[in-house]
Design a protein around this ligand. Structure first.
Ligand code: GLN
Length: 498
């Protein structure tokens, strides 16, 4: 099924090969109904998800009911949203009232939220049927979706390999035609990295531009929801649906959403004249860069130049410390955010048999409910925040974070966007890094710096690696609130590859 699982070129008779923009147009023109489109994807899920395991929950009835409503609204002329009727796969970290939200953790098994996340609400308001909730690393900690308590997602390009993490489920759903659109979260790379390993598009928007209300927190100062798709334009259309100020999120930006759809349309001409692209020296020299990834990346740079861009090298010396800073700051925030899962406030209570104290019940609940990676990070974070170590670790890491932000600011005073590989290698085999947390962390080297700085980034498919034949992503990075630049350059690059 390796080949058949992949979405080929547009085939009129197969709705699962259409782009979201094409589907939206046909639905609007009533050439096809949202119910037909939604059912085609549900059929596809039924046919291939036993092998891929992209979904933790499929909401067939809810998706069809939402599609029926959109079809009625379109018939009566009351729908204006540009993606109305196009179904989507939602990462199981956004709360939904009509489906369980588990964050792929046993501790939240069967948890039903009493409210919808702002992102969920926006999707519903835009007439986007939610097909289901997708697999992820537990509480979004990981780079392979192997930390899911419900079993890993398999990469549709090669089922023995990972689809990346933590949002491997949504990326695999896109790559195998189970959904034309997806929503992920990116704390250190969880949108961009699975996109790179599956030849799909993923964007981590500027911090604060997509509401975190109802997004179960991993590390609040880094978490950011974002759109995924199979084309840059589809991703832009979804970006505009989910972005915008939200008074329920204290860190939500008041600035108007960058004009990403306009930028994607402009970029489609393929002309990059006048655009300066910076290549980050430190991200080209990352440890363990696979020859096939480097070759693909060099070909991408040459293509950008052919399209008119000026390519210059930039130096971001503090990026060398990004991994260290991230893997201190993130566990610190995790140790505090995940304190609420104690069987009292949240989480499936265990050990409440009349023989244990409240403290013991909380300890048993957490010991049984959390997987090893989540425990590792809670312990690390608690240690780093403890008296005596706080200054040595946490404060120091925050200083590094400032230096990284300064490196970005300096770079963006010279260039419009920065580029780098997304991952050091193509998709690795399931199990390959499972027993080696450090090797797993090193896979995030290229994606973490921009989360620490709060800026934005995209992964767009580049040429396949010639040594493994697997997808490689090109990372495009933009300044805070310069998300439109990602789409302009990403769409141009995509057009240039065609
Ligand atoms: N792989 C990174 C981590 O494990 C990033 C995860 C994410 O972006 N949610 O923390």
């Amino acid at each position: 099924m390796t080949d058949t699982a992949l979405v080929g070129s547009h085939d009129d008779s197969d709705l699962t090969t259409w782009t979201a923009a094409e589907l939206a147009e046909k639905i609007r023109d009533r050439e096809v109904s949202s119910v037909e489109v939604t059912r085609a994807h549900l059929d596809r899920i039924r046919a291939v998800d036993a092998d891929v395991h992209a979904f933790l929950h499929v909401g067939e009835d809810a998706a069809v009911a939402a599609a029926e409503q959109v079809d009625r609204d379109i018939a009566s002329g009351t729908v204006a949203s540009p993606l109305a009727g196009v179904p989507l796969a939602l990462k199981d970290v956004f709360v939904t009232t009509d489906a369980p939200t588990t964050c792929a953790s046993k501790i939240l098994e069967g948890y039903m939220s009493p409210y919808d996340a702002t992102v969920t609400k926006k999707l519903r308001a835009a007439g986007i049927p939610i097909l289901g909730k997708t697999n992820m690393d537990e509480f979004a900690m990981g780079s392979s979706t192997e930390n899911s308590a419900y079993g890993p997602t398999h990469n549709p390009w090669d089922l023995t390999r990972t689809a990346g993490g933590s949002g491997g489920g949504s990326a695999a759903a896109l790559a195998s035609g189970m959904a034309p659109l997806g929503i992920g979260t990116d704390t250190g790379g969880s949108i961009r990295q699975p996109a790179a390993l599956t030849a799909t598009v993923g964007v981590k928007p500027t911090y604060g531009t997509v509401s975190r209300y109802g997004l179960v927190a991993c590390a609040s100062s880094l978490d950011q929801g974002g759109p995924t798709g199979r084309t840059v334009l589809d991703t832009a259309l979804l970006h505009e649906v989910i972005a915008g100020h939200d008074r329920f999120d204290a860190t939500s930006s008041q600035r108007p959403v960058a004009p990403v759809v306009e930028a994607a349309r402009q970029g489609a001409s393929g002309d990059l004249t006048g655009v300066t692209v910076g290549v980050v020296k430190q991200l080209e020299e990352v440890r363990g860069l696979q020859a096939g990834v480097e070759e693909s990346y060099r070909a991408s740079l040459a293509q950008l130049e052919r399209q008119g861009a000026t390519v210059v090298e930039v130096d971001c010396p503090s990026f060398d410390y990004a991994l260290n800073a991230y893997y201190l700051i993130l566990p610190c925030e995790v140790s505090s955010n995940l304190a609420r899962f104690d069987g009292m406030r949240y989480g499936q209570r265990r050990g409440d048999d009349g023989h244990h104290s409240a403290d013991e019940v909380m300890a048993i609940t957490r010991a049984e409910g959390f997987g090893p990676e989540v425990k590792r990070r809670i312990i690390l974070g608690t240690y780093a925040l403890s008296v005596g170590y706080y200054d040595a670790y946490y404060i120091k890491a925050q200083r590094v974070r400032n230096l990284i932000a300064q490196d970005f600011a300096k770079a963006f005073s010279r260039v419009d966007v920065l580029v780098s590989p997304v991952t050091p290698t193509t998709a690795f085999a399931l199990g390959e890094k499972a027993d080696d947390p450090l090797a797993m962390y090193l896979f995030d080297l290229c994606t973490l710096p921009l989360n620490l700085a709060g800026v934005c980034g995209m992964s767009v498919p580049g040429p396949l690696a010639s040594d493994t034949g697997l997808p490689v992503g090109l990372q495009i990075m933009g300044p805070a609130h310069g998300d439109d630049r990602l789409y302009r350059v990403g769409a141009a690059y995509e057009a240039g590859r065609a």
